[in-house]
Design a protein around this ligand. Structure first.
Ligand code: KG4
Ligand code: ZN
Length: 334
């Protein structure tokens, strides 16, 4: 089956074409990052308006790059939850229009499930059972994945998401709106032991908490404004976030005895997180899958992978498919 997928849950307008399960023919992403930069974060109203402007040309480009036309598409997948409501609506309405015009089956996809499926695009199929660590701007979750579409929550964020901690840290360190990628670069020449940032314990122990760490950083920047060594502070802050993620992921692997760790979400592109997880995988004798950066951050290829699988199983949504700002991955059984 050839699936066209649309993803507009936040500030990336994306479309992709995928064939026979795991083969991506195109994966187009138009980022709005620069548009939101002056505001220090994504402005929902601006995001949805920009999606309206871009969605048609992004879809056309995805079809063109795949070397197909709308007539060759056999199914449609679209992110309908969770995300910014106005942004989600643009993608869902576009998908509904195409489904109606082409009499095509349509399926709504959970964004986080997309981040997990990114891993399978790299391996050409599922590697299960597994533990999945999803760390993005809005989420930090650990799941036990026994089968496709079967998720058990092992841990979740209690306050800020890991990507949010990176974004706020980058701003506090004067790295502008470059977010985690800018902090990752700034930390490269720094000493991770330069500042003893707190290692936060949580109860339950596999949950995540980053807001105290962010406050410690802001306080450090304020108290050392005259002598701030940005690379050192960035390295120490990054290390504190990464160690919290690594420690819990490794604990989850030990607890579940899963042979594989799946990693997804924008933070999975972090260079320290990748090298630390590879180290732990070698030491602990488990497999770690790390998608390339373009599949870690938001994209429609990952939505196409989930959508293809669901359509293959006969899952269909009607033209009254709704959007949802919040929706846990585990509550809705397929
Ligand atoms: O998955 P994603 O593209 O969007 C959401 O669903 O939120 O993740 C975006 C997040 C941002 O917070 C960004 O700062 C973070 O991923 N990010 C990184 C890196 N690249 C992107 N964080 C740490 N290191 C990176 N290299
Ligand atoms: Zn995401």
């Amino acid at each position: 089956m050839r699936v066209l997928a649309i993803e507009t849950s936040c500030d990336e307008t994306a479309a992709a074409v995928l064939e026979s399960g795991w083969t991506l023919r195109s994966n187009v992403v138009a980022s709005q990052a620069e548009l939101h930069a002056p505001f220090g974060g994504v402005v929902p109203e601006i995001a949805s308006r920009r999606h309206v402007e871009l969605i048609t040309s992004v879809i056309c480009l995805a079809l063109e790059q795949a070397g197909v036309t709308l007539r060759d598409v056999e199914g449609l997948a679209v992110t309908n939850r969770p995300g910014l409501i106005g942004s989600l609506m643009v993608g869902v309405m576009a998908a509904k229009g195409l489904a109606l015009a082409g009499s095509l089956p349509l399926v709504g996809v959970h964004h986080i499930e997309g981040h997990i499926f990114s891993n399978f695009l790299c391996t050409g199929g599922p590697h299960l059972p597994a533990v999945a660590l999803v760390a993005s701007g809005g989420h930090t979750d650990l799941y036990y994945v026994r089968h496709l579409h079967d998720y058990f929550v092992l841990g979740r964020r209690r306050d800020d998401a890991a990507g949010e901690a990176f974004d706020k840290g980058a701003r506090a360190l004067g790295l502008g709106s470059g977010g985690g990628a800018a902090l990752d670069r700034a930390a490269r020449d720094g000493d991770p032991h330069a500042v003893p940032f707190p290692r936060v314990r949580t109860d339950p122990p596999l949950d995540f908490s980053f807001s105290g760490l962010k406050t410690a950083l802001v306080r450090h920047v304020r108290d050392h404004a005259a002598s701030l060594h940005v690379a050192d502070v960035a390295a120490a802050y990054q290390s504190a976030i990464v160690e919290a993620l690594v420690e819990r992921a490794v604990k989850a692997i030990r607890l579940t005895k899963a042979p594989t760790l799946l990693v997804g979400g924008g933070v999975a592109a972090n260079s320290l997180l990748q090298s630390r997880l590879r180290e732990e995988a070698a030491r602990g004798g488990f497999e770690v899958l790390l998608p390339p950066p373009e599949l870690c951050t938001d994209n429609a290829g990952m939505i196409a992978a989930v959508g293809h699988n669901l359509l293959d199983r006969g899952q269909r949504h009607d033209l009254d498919l709704d959007v949802m700002a919040r929706e846990p991955l585990t509550l809705r059984a397929y």
